[in-house]
Every structure is written in structure tokens, then in C-alpha cells.
Design a protein around this ligand. Structure first.
Ligand SMILES: [Zn+2]
Length: 293
């Protein structure tokens, strides 16, 4: 099967340097394999969504020469598809209604045990996935072999929220299958989510994509770059400094060039996936100060 990669931002703010690194890493991987690169907008969380952010992110990506090969999928329009997947999980005994609150789960370290703590409350239940004794192992192309015991490390987790929205873990798995994604290249903050997604893929009979989790970008203070740090948004009006900084962060040597297309084209021809740092997180500021201002 030919390579199909994706970049899936949430519209919670402007595109920042960490997201640019993830977009560029997945784009280079897809293009180097002559594959497709697809943008998906993960806009399920209405409370965190910033009006206008989705369009702003897409415009910024385009300024960086990164345009989706297929129409941008928006998760907010796919509730029916997610509901079908939830119904299948329920029919097969994998998902159950749950009315436990956060405080109910405190004695269990915040993890939901195999049976509910709270009495059923039919008004606004969430749905959880029964993880049983699943131990999920997978090989990450950058982070190496990974394994997780779901019952002790994650617990039965929410696949449908009590507010009526599909939870991230289920939506992403349904969308990756619908878009026939073969290669998930994204930030290492999602490494911990991957076993949950693989379990869902198995339960739903979906193929399992390959994974490569890129190092997280740390700011000068050692914290992960967050979209809320608006000062670190990349500048669509002057993309070249941030583009070069993102290439350097990915271990690539940006060639000279006076346009985004020229720099991207040369980066693609010289792309060496083995040069991507195999770290969980890396400081960016020391190397890319000017690009982050
Ligand atoms: Zn429960």
C-alpha cells in the first residue's frame, strides 16, 4: 500500500513551532515515499476551540508550502460515523455506559477499574472501553519498542464523553481508518495514547498504521510549547526562518533558497529520516531563537 500520512491539528490557537515540526515531519515522510499528505481538523472540543483558528492554521500551513492533498476533514462533521463505531463496540461488548465522576475514581488513582464505582445514571452517561487485560506492544520508528498494560496504566477509558461528544481516542482511530492512513508521524506527546488507539483498531477490525513519534519541542524554560503561548506562533508572513529552524530540529540541514518552495524542494530531495533525533523531547529555543520570536 502506498504511504498515506496526515497532520491533525486542533483549532485551539495559532500554529506554533511544535505543530510546524509535526506538520513538516509528516509531510517529508509522506512526500519522500511518493505518498499522500492529508490535513484533518480535530475540532471536537467546542470549549477549547478558538473561533477562526482552523482557517488561520490552514492559511499558515499553506504559507509554509504545506497543503493537504485531499479536502480537509473536519471531525465536527463526523459525529454520525463515530456513533456507528461506538455502536459496534457496544454490540461486541467492548464499550459500556459509565456515570463515574472524577472524584469517584480518586481512590483508584484516577483510573477507571473494570467495573463502575458510581451507580448508573441514565441522564448523561459517558461510554468507556473495557480494556480487560490488554497489553499492547508496538515498535515506534523513532522512539523504539513500546509496551503498555492498559488496565494498570490507563484503566477503562472514555470513548464517548458525557457531554455528547466523541472522545479523541475513538475519533482519531475512526478517521485514520476512513482516510486509509498508513503512517502516523506526530509529536511524542501522543506516544502514550498509541496503545489505546491500537486496541481500538483491533476491536474495530481496522488496520494498524506504522508509527513515528517526533521529539517534542521544549521552550527555553523546559516546558512543552503550548498553543496558548501565542508569542511562539510561527509567522506566516515570514515563513523561511521558522521553516529552516523546523528542518534543523528534525536533524535535516536546510539548503539555501530564497523561497519556501525552493527550501522545501531541496529538503525533500535531501531528506534523511535516520537523521531525525530519537529523543522524546528536545530544546528548540537554544537552536532556533530567531525563528521563535
Ligand atoms: Zn464508571
Amino acid at each position: 500500500m502506498s504511504h498515506r500520512g496526515r497532520f491533525a491539528p486542533s483549532p485551539t490557537g495559532r500554529l506554533h513551532f511544535g505543530s510546524l515540526v509535526a506538520a513538516l515531519g509528516s509531510w517529508l515522510s509522506a512526500r519522500a515515499a511518493d505518498g499522500a499528505w492529508i490535513v484533518r481538523m480535530e475540532d471536537l472540543d467546542h470549549e477549547r476551540e478558538v473561533p477562526g483558528a482552523a482557517d488561520d492554521i490552514l492559511r499558515t500551513l499553506e504559507a509554509f508550502g504545506l497543503a493537504s492533498d485531499e479536502p480537509v476533514m473536519r471531525q465536527s462533521q463526523r459525529t454520525d460515523v463515530y456513533a456507528e463505531a461506538l455502536a459496534l463496540l457496544e454490540r461486541n461488548g467492548h464499550a459500556y455506559r459509565c456515570s463515574c465522576s472524577r472524584s469517584d475514581l480518586e481512590p483508584f488513582g484516577g483510573l477507571h477499574p473494570a467495573t463502575c464505582v458510581a451507580a448508573p445514571d441514565a441522564r448523561h452517561p459517558a461510554w468507556r472501553l473495557r480494556v480487560g487485560n490488554a497489553r499492547i506492544a508496538f515498535d515506534d520508528a523513532l522512539q523504539g519498542p513500546q509496551a503498555q498494560e492498559l488496565a494498570t496504566e490507563v484503566g477503562d477509558f472514555v470513548v464517548w464523553r458525557s457531554d455528547g461528544a466523541c472522545a479523541y481516542q475513538l475519533a482519531v482511530v475512526v478517521d485514520d481508518a476512513a482516510q486509509r492512513i498508513t503512517d502516523v508521524v506526530r509529536g511524542a506527546d501522543l506516544l502514550d495514547s498509541t496503545p489505546r488507539q491500537i486496541l481500538l483498531q483491533r476491536m474495530l477490525g481496522y488496520p494498524q498504521p506504522r508509527h513515528a513519534h517526533l521529539p517534542l519541542v521544549l521552550g527555553a524554560d523546559g516546558r512543552k510549547l503550548s498553543k496558548h503561548e501565542a508569542a511562539l506562533a510561527v509567522d506566516a508572513a515570514d515563513p523561511l526562518p521558522a521553516l529552516r529552524a523546523a528542518l534543523r530540529f528534525l536533524g535535516q540541514r536546510p539548503a539555501p533558497g530564497d523561497s519556501v518552495d525552493a527550501v522545501l524542494d531541496r529538503a525533500l530531495r535531501a531528506f534523511d529520516p535516520r537523521a531525525i533525533p530519537r529523543a522524546h523531547e528536545l530544546f528548540a529555543a537554544a537552536r532556533n531563537d530567531s525563528a521563535l520570536r
